[in-house]
Design a protein around this ligand. Structure first.
Ligand code: GAP
Length: 453
């Protein structure tokens, strides 16, 4: 994990937030490479779950909504964690996180730690307060008066915006059930114990969709989405499926309205923890919004005339957690041959799936000489029309290859002095490090084929 965090800083994937002011704990900024990687993950998610399907419609709702939305969804009353505070050093902890950390310690004795009352502060040993409920929504005020009538909240999830617009979207798109409404957007939660790099932060992005169904046959729809989620991880994100854990939430542990929930977990370096989830939420959301708004949110089946409240299956994905998983999966250290016959050196290489790589092609003239730049610069400009391209002419070619390996560039194109004569360039493959000589006028097609394969 530390090696990945250090690479992220060194190569411009993720920087500590507000760094020149000493940082802001657990806030992170995405650098040029991180931005591109995140964009590519979001694009792939959108293509797979929305664009390529005939049963999904896109959406983009407001971050600040009428507070009644959060009253209806239950967030105002229940979106809380239990926190305890050390009476001596005043550090605050999430009760469940503290108990989980203690139970993972060597020598843990179940009989001695039956509840949080048996636990002391892990930092200073002081005694802890009784657990109290802490609402995770960020509060703000609309306009210039700061009182209860102007209180509003930053959304803690994107789902609410899609539920309250069900009628609008269904009306204008004239969709028949089943269909889904999807969006990607920023969410805010005032987490008590953020941490583990970008795993748990107070500001993060979610990609999620509400799939509206007739409740009869919900089991098959749930299975269909599980199959799609597996395809997403295996074929699109190309992760090692052994690193995923499919955690069926048992009866009694699910939200009271859910008939089936599956957490998809990942074997992170800091333990097996949630990556994302899928839940069958019954008609809980629409029935609550109907009750609190007083609006009729029922749907009438055009064939049978049956009028009912649609039920919902909700797959939800944390974009930042997906990005963390892609970084962890991509990181490799290996021995690579040097220019000297028979010698090797250690290289770090990010083996991103090619379609996710922040930079797809690097154009590297062998030297800064004008005669090479005359070929290399227009070539890079031409390739930029199709690919994400970097042009780099500084330092030795070996160092430039190492840098491109560390940002995971699948193809490096080298322009050398022979190129002046034979009108060819060398294309180096990131993973095999094999080099191919390719005619300049065939290069775009060659690279397109490589990305397609
Ligand atoms: N609408 C359902 C919902 O919001 P959730 O499990 O609370 O479900 C969805 O959140 C996903 O958002 C999680 O599975 C996780 O990937 C991501 N997520 C939740 N809290 C997060 C945080 N504090 N930092 C980063 N990602 C988070």
């Amino acid at each position: 994990m530390e090696k990945v965090i250090s690479l992220c800083k060194r190569r411009g994937f993720v920087f500590p937030g507000s760094e020149i002011y000493g940082g802001l704990a657990n806030s992170w900024d995405y650098g040029p490479m991180g931005h591109l990687l995140k964009q590519n993950i979001k694009k792939a998610w959108w293509k797979f779950f929305v664009q390529e399907r005939s049963d999904m419609v896109p959406f983009d709702s407001a971050i600040i909504m009428n507070p009644k939305v959060w009253e209806a969804s239950g967030h105002l009353q229940n979106f809380s964690d239990l926190l305890v505070e050390c009476k001596k050093c005043h550090r605050r902890f999430r009760e469940d996180h503290l108990l989980e950390a203690i139970s993972a310690q060597p020598g843990y004795d179940k009989e001695k730690v039956r509840s949080i009352a048996d636990v002391n502060c892990p930092d200073c040993g002081g005694s802890l307060t009784e657990p109290k409920s802490f609402n995770l929504m960020f509060k703000t005020f609309l306009g210039t008066n700061e009182d209860t009538s102007t209180t509003a909240y930053l959304r803690p999830e994107t789902a609410g915006g899609m539920f309250v617009n069900f009628k609008n979207v269904q009306g204008v798109t004239r969709r028949r059930l089943p269909f889904g409404i999807a969006q990607i957007g920023k969410c805010f939660r005032n987490e008590i114990t953020p941490g583990n790099f970008i795993f748990r932060t107070r500001e993060f992005e979610i990609g999620e969709f509400e799939y509206f169904i007739n409740p009869s046959g919900w089991e098959e729809v749930f299975e269909m989405w599980l199959g799609e989620i597996k395809r997403w991880w295996k074929d699109v994100m190309q992760v090692n499926m052994d690193n995923l854990v499919w955690h069926e939430i048992p009866d009694g542990e699910r939200a009271h309205y859910s008939k089936r929930t599956m957490d998809i977990e990942y074997k992170y370096p800091f333990g097996v923890k949630e990556l994302h989830g899928i839940a069958y939420r019954t008609d809980f959301d629409l029935s609550r919004h109907e009750k609190v708004s007083g609006q009729d949110l029922h749907y009438t089946d055009p064939d049978s005339g049956e009028k009912f409240l649609p039920h919902v299956i909700e797959p939800t994905f944390g974009i930042d957690r997906m990005l963390l998983v892609i970084l962890l999966e991509a990181y490799h250290e290996e021995e690579a041959p040097t220019a000297v016959e028979g010698e090797t050196e250690a290289r770090v290489v990010m083996k991103f799936p090619k379609h996710l790589a922040p930079v797809q092609v690097a154009v590297l003239p062998l030297s800064k000489k004008e005669e090479l730049a005359k070929i290399a610069k227009p070539l890079a400009d031409e390739l930029r029309k199709m690919f994400s391209v970097e042009y780099d002419e500084t330092q030795s070619i070996g160092k430039r290859y190492r840098r491109q390996d560390e940002i995971g560039t699948p193809y490096c194109v080298t322009v050398d002095f022979d190129s002046l004569e034979d009108k060819k360039v060398t294309v180096r493959d990131r993973d095999s490090m094999k080099q191919n000589r390719v005619a300049i006028n065939e290069l775009a097609g060659y690279l397109r084929d490589q990305f397609a394969s």
